[in-house]
Design a protein around this ligand. Structure first.
Ligand SMILES: Cc1cc2nc3c(=O)[nH]c(=O)nc-3n(C[C@H](O)[C@H](O)[C@H](O)COP(=O)(O)OP(=O)(O)OC[C@H]3O[C@@H](n4cnc5c(N)ncnc54)[C@H](O)[C@@H]3O)c2cc1C
Ligand SMILES: O=C([O-])CC(=O)C(=O)O
Length: 361
């Protein structure tokens, strides 16, 4: 709740109201891609907030550290397409500017060109995001010769966020903005109600237990990170089963989508299967070295939960903003959803200021 900072003891009620309400205490729970990017956006929009990030795990132990981090949207069936497009556009614009700055290598953000190929041409030949990525066009017959099992394809340039670098860069920016970062497992959001005015829930699949959300399910994904620096173009089978995504230090080979599986243990049979599938798209991977196997749980639901909630117990209240459930597309939309979560935090702060001024009258 709104506590009195030592330097304000003795101030008159109106001063207290103005000064204290200018510095609400906000906690972001979760230090994955969504927690860190949301905290950064909040710290930029509300620099006078006393903002903390609380998380059980940090990079390199988050879902984003497993992912390839490609900006190719996945569709959320429960969210209008124009909203998803806006999130993607905001994210692409934000990262494109970083990729075009001196920060690019430290932030792990780079442009990557390649192909999405189809055995059966897709219903929507021109996806909703085609005018946001760069240079989207149908593949030429000459390009398709590389993929004899596929009938059509799309060529484009997009962005890739390499992790851990991107997560470490976000955390460094947060610390530079004065944000406190603490290792802490939160068993129940309510336990934070005495320490914070607003809590932002960015716990990914952790929200299944923390928020008791039955709609949120893990979709297990196993990938390989290999050393194959000669692979420069991305290749994605349009059915989403197989992909080859070159990054700065390694190439990510995928993948699997196992709905409802909570297992974080790599499966050796799956490793061989992923490698064989990727080699059939890019035969030169036969010579890849230093194979590391990683597993992550995509926090999946029909739409991202971006919502305010008021928790109340015995007359006390805690304002909560949820932002979780980014499934297979967190990288593609994270800045857009961070902006929306920040807008919701702004509404919470305005509500606190309203109730505080009423209480003082
Ligand atoms: C194999 C794979 C490949 C992927 N590839 C891509 C891709 O190419 N492009 C793309 O856009 N997306 C991709 N994704 C999806 C993307 O990685 C996720 O959408 C994103 O990482 C989710 O981020 P998050 O911050 O919500 O979750 P997480 O990274 O899981 O972070 C949750 C955080 O909350 C903390 N936490 C949880 N519970 C608690 C608690 N009770 N108390 C305190 N802290 C808690 C955790 O410790 C963690 O820090 C991929 C995912 C996988 C698995
Ligand atoms: O589908 C892809 O291209 C990569 C991805 O997002 C995932 O495996 O979740």
């Amino acid at each position: 709740m709104l506590s009195l900072a030592p330097h304000l003891v003795g101030a008159c009620p109106r001063q207290l109201c103005a000064l204290e309400m200018a510095a609400p205490k906000v906690a972001v729970v979760g230090a994955g891609l969504i927690g860190l990017s949301t905290a950064l956006c909040i710290s930029e929009a509300f620099p006078s907030c006393r903002l903390s990030v609380l998380s059980e795990q940090f990079s390199p132990n988050t879902t984003g550290d497993v992912a390839a981090g490609m900006l190719i949207p996945h569709t959320y069936p429960g969210t209008p397409i124009h909203v998803q497009k806006q999130w993607f556009k905001e994210t692409f614009t934000y990262l494109f500017a970083i990729s075009n700055s001196a920060e690019a290598s430290e932030a792990g953000i780079h442009l990557v060109s390649g192909w999405q190929v189809f055995k059966t041409p897709p219903k929507d030949e021109v996806p909703f995001w085609s005018d946001i990525v760069l240079g989207f066009r149908p593949m030429s017959a000459a390009e398709l010769q590389k993929f004899p099992q596929h009938r059509s394809g799309q060529a484009f340039t997009t962005l890739k966020c390499d992790c851990p670098p991107y997560l470490l860069w976000l955390e460094k920016r947060l610390r530079a903005n004065g944000v406190q970062v603490h290792t802490r497992r939160v068993a129940d959001l309510w336990e934070l109600h005495r320490e914070y005015d607003v809590v932002v829930n960015c716990t990914g699949i952790g929200a299944h237990q923390l928020g008791g959300d039955p709609e949120l399910l893990p979709v297990r994904g196993q990938v390989l990170k290999v050393h194959a620096p000669w692979v420069k173009h991305f290749i994605r089978d349009g059915d989403g089963s197989t992909y080859v995504y070159p990054g700065i230090d390694s190439v990510t080979l995928g993948g699997t989508r196992e709905k409802g599986s909570w297992s974080l243990s790599p499966d050796p049979g799956t490793t061989k299967d992923i490698f064989d599938r990727c080699r059939s798209l890019e035969p030169s991977l036969q010579r890849a070295q230093d194979v590391r196997v990683k597993v992550g749980l995509r926090p999946s639901r029909s739409s991202v939960r971006l919502q305010r909630e008021v928790l109340s117990r015995g007359g006390a209240k805690l304002l909560v903003v949820h932002s979780y459930g980014h499934g297979a597309g967190g990288f593609s939309v994270h800045r857009g959803t961070a902006k929306e979560a920040t807008r919701l935090v702004g509404e919470c702060i305005a509500a606190l200021q309203g109730s505080s001024s009423r209480a003082k009258l």
